[in-house]
Design a protein around this ligand. Structure first.
Ligand SMILES: *Cc1c(COP(=O)(O)O)cnc(C)c1O
Length: 372
């Protein structure tokens, strides 16, 4: 990269109104920030055991129940530590002995590693595929199937189908929840953190649990297995039923997530959110198909994510482009660090305006033209 490269100044009229395109933490809607700020003096800095805070947990839990159209008996459970901590908790409170994992990128592989390292669990079955594709689960003698609704590191999104009547289906939906439709008949535990499609901040995990998942949690957490209290899903379940968390949560994270869920529900629900994301992602994939210097990384169009778009570049350095974008206030378009490709990764979550996505494509065109 030369000094002149980063000094390319993008014409103001080309720039997106909001320059946040990161895949997580992702754009938080300014409307939600203003709502938090106008409530802040009566909310932030107040007890999470009192009604003011508990009402926001109630709002978030019932909003998610509506958003996912959950049948009777399902419950929204929550706790601190984000998805990564939930994997640890699941290794104690959801996996009984042997699980099957689909590993097709950084995040889906990480849960498999947690389980491999757990001394109280059997050796997991791991089915892998090349980054940019996804494998399919295989019916087997396992008690849990670990799927991922959107592999954020590669931009691959499988549809969710129950592989077997036996075994719980556990789905990491961290970057999908609130943006991609799913059918509760195919899933037992749909877990996520709210700093991605739900346009909030990090540090919290949430899990929509079927009656079968709740039965498993209650059984494993009341048996002989030693479980650290902070990772005990039985304790999390008891607290969630009282609209609390076991220990102090980030009240801002809870409020911003509840705002986002209400906004999606009021705008037309999950189908509306997915359509909006698909409008944005189609803009990017179409643009990448049409340009001579780009192509979508995920070759099978059916596996392409509607919320995390990965675009390979040919003959032009993608890091130079993301650097110039960053210098112009258009942020976090860099490829996932571990993937090692000449690539941009652009989030198209519900909070991101489809017009801003079109503007981003125009900005990249301008940069490539200028570099030639
Ligand atoms: C971001 C992400 C995670 C990790 O979430 P944390 O809240 O940072 O622990 C896990 N899985 C997927 C699919 C993700 O996108």
């Amino acid at each position: 990269m030369t000094a002149t490269d980063t000094s390319i100044s993008l014409p103001t009229e080309l720039l997106p109104k909001d320059g946040r395109f990161g895949s997580g933490p992702s754009k938080v809607r300014p409307e939600a920030i203003h709502a938090l700020s106008s409530l802040a003096e009566d909310y932030l800095g107040t007890s999470h055991r009192r009604m003011t805070a508990k009402n926001q947990v109630t709002r978030l839990r019932s909003g998610l129940t509506n958003l996912f159209d959950l049948p009777d008996g399902w419950e929204i459970v929550l706790g601190n530590g984000g998805t990564t901590l939930f994997w640890d908790a699941a290794s104690f409170g959801l996996i009984e002995n042997v699980s099957q994992h689909l590993a097709f990128g950084e995040f889906s592989s990480k849960f498999a590693k947690v389980v491999q390292a757990a001394p109280h669990l059997g050796e997991p079955q791991i089915i892998s595929s090349e980054p940019g594709t996804h494998p399919v689960p295989v019916e087997a003698a396992v008690d849990s199937y670990a799927l991922t609704h959107n592999e954020t590191s590669t931009g691959v999104s499988p549809s969710l189908t129950r592989p077997s009547e036996e075994g719980l289906v556990l789905v990491d939906a961290t970057s999908a929840a609130g943006a991609i439709c799913w059918d509760s008949a195919e899933v037992d535990c749909y877990y996520f953190a709210p700093q991605k499609a739900l346009a909030s901040d990090g540090g919290l995990w949430l899990a929509a649990c079927s009656p079968r998942a709740i039965e498993r949690i209650e059984r494993l957490t009341s048996g002989d297995r030693w479980i650290p209290a902070g990772l005990d899903l039985g304790i999390a379940l008891t607290n969630s039923r009282q609209n609390q968390t076991y220990n102090t949560p980030s009240l801002a994270t809870i409020f911003l997530a509840a705002e986002m869920v209400d906004w999606i529900n009021e705008s037309g629900g999950l189908e509306w959110a997915e359509a909006r994301c698909r409008e944005s992602s189609n803009t990017i994939y179409r643009w990448a198909d049409e340009r001579s210097f780009t192509q979508p990384f995920v070759t099978d169009a059916n596996q392409r994510s509607p919320v995390v778009c990965t675009v390979d570049f040919d003959g032009v350095d993608a890091d130079v482009i993301s650097g110039i974008l960053r210098a112009n206030g258009v942020l976090d378009t860099e490829s996932y660090r571990g993937l090692g490709r000449n690539q941009l990764r652009i989030a198209t979550f519900p909070a991101i305006d489809p017009d801003d996505v079109s503007a981003l494509c125009a900005c990249v065109d301008y940069i490539v033209e200028s570099l030639r």
